[in-house]
Design a binder for this molecule. Structure first.
Ligand SMILES: Cc1ncc(COP(=O)(O)O)c(C=O)c1O
Length: 395
């Protein structure tokens, strides 16, 4: 490997949310001082050296004034990445910028749905989906994923059809790949879901922030690549999860609907941080090799979780996710709700994790563990995890 993912980097003193003792204690007062945080979705790896070098070079110019990217040149760079990685060729002219995907979701729901209208989401799903619906004064309409057992999930198309058929329902928020269950939706699934939506006049916002982080051999299909330039689809993408740039707060929205784009540019135009622009340019121009090595490393981590759990916690449910670096681990039949699972993890293992209840609904009895860390740290965490949960899910 040309790049180093094994070195454990100290994040103390870097203002990291993940490692913040005060945030951690507020969440879990029983955590010991040497807690291992495997919750919020950023990685314990340094950004690619090419990205850091570009940011250093930009910093050396000395001035960090208000900044804007030049279109369509910047849009072409983003589209070039999408073309190389996914064979998707979005129109660079449809691109708008946002200070993050969550902010983009909130803006998109308010632009594309009217207060009181129904917006479909597929829980268990990333919590801010629900918040973006409520903030826009819309009505959340849950079409839960079907738990098929063994950690495998699918869309419930019959339920989706029923929900989409309500004329007051006008928008669906798609999580693709899906956080937290780790599905990478197949082309047939996406086509079927979109057909149901379009037949009933429901538009789609596709959050594809995890698109780059599929297992090697698993192909992410951008929804919009199946319906090129369709104004009924808005796609959110970002280099933030991919290159560990979340704090840089720069995300992309491919918005072919020209009215919505005009409204966005009028009321929500984003002036990005100049260091973020330099980072994105370098990441999308030079980040392929680093990303491919990262994916191989994450594959190893997620497989390791499977091996260890099968051996030491055979009654826990886990399936290697097709995408994301997030392990979704179930404890069926233990009678433990999420807050109790979190308390066991904190008190008996010194681990800070997320519980299924944070994912809108249908996540009770599950934990989410962020596996994007050096393998030695993961191994230490897994050992503690297995010892703490052996009374509940051991052999
Ligand atoms: C599905 C999904 N969307 C959005 C985000 C956050 O995006 P941002 O940090 O760009 O607001 C996350 C972070 O975990 C996520 O999992």
């Amino acid at each position: 490997m040309a790049y180093d993912f094994d070195t454990v980097l100290c994040r103390t003193g870097t203002d990291s949310v993940k490692y913040s003792p005060s945030i951690a204690r507020r969440m879990q007062p029983l955590l010991p001082d040497d807690f291992i945080p495997l919750w919020i979705a950023d990685m314990d790896f340094a950004c690619p050296p090419e990205v850091l070098a570009a940011m250093h070079a930009r910093l050396d110019r000395g001035i960090l004034g208000y900044s804007a990217v030049e279109m369509p040149e910047y849009g072409a760079l983003v589209s070039g990445w999408m073309r190389r990685r996914f064979g998707w060729d979005p129109d660079p002219g449809s691109l708008v910028l946002s200070a993050g995907v969550v902010q983009a979701l909130e803006t998109l729901v308010s632009l594309l749905a009217k207060p009181g209208e129904g917006v479909i989401l597929q829980p268990p799903v990333y919590g801010p989906f629900l918040r973006s619906i409520l903030r826009a004064g819309c009505r959340p309409v849950e079409s839960p994923l079907r738990d098929e057992g063994g950690g495998r999930y699918a869309m419930d198309f019959d339920d989706l059809e029923r929900k989409a058929a309500d004329p007051s329902t006008t928008l669906l928020l798609l999580c693709s790949p899906h956080n937290p269950v780790g599905r990478v939706w197949r082309e047939e699934e996406l086509r079927r879901m979109a057909r149901i939506c379009f037949d009933h006049g429901v538009r789609i916002v596709s959050d594809e922030i995890h698109a780059d982080l599929t297992r090697l051999g698993v192909r992410h299909v951008p929804l919009a690549s199946l319906f090129p330039d369709d104004p009924r689809i808005a796609t959110c993408t970002a280099p933030s999860k991919t290159f560990n740039l979340a704090g840089n707060a720069l995300a992309h929205v491919h918005l072919p609907d020209s009215d919505a784009r005009a409204a966005w540019e009028c009321d929500h135009a984003h002036h990005p941080n100049p260091l973020s622009i330099a980072a994105v340019r370098a990441a999308y121009a030079q980040g392929d090799a680093w990303l491919d090595e990262l994916r191989a490393y994450l594959d190893g981590n997620l497989a390791r979780i499977g091996t260890v759990l099968a051996e030491r916690l055979p009654r826990a449910v886990y399936r290697v996710p097709e995408g994301t670096y997030l392990a979704w681990i179930g404890f069926p039949g233990t009678g433990l709700a999420g807050p109790e699972l979190l308390a066991v993890a904190a008190r008996d293992a010194g681990l800070l994790l997320d519980c299924g209840e944070r994912y809108v609904s249908h996540g009770e009895g599950w934990l989410r563990l962020n596996a994007a860390c050096p393998r030695s740290l993961l191994d230490a965490a897994l050992d503690r995890f297995c010892r703490a949960f052996a009374p509940y899910a051991g052999g």
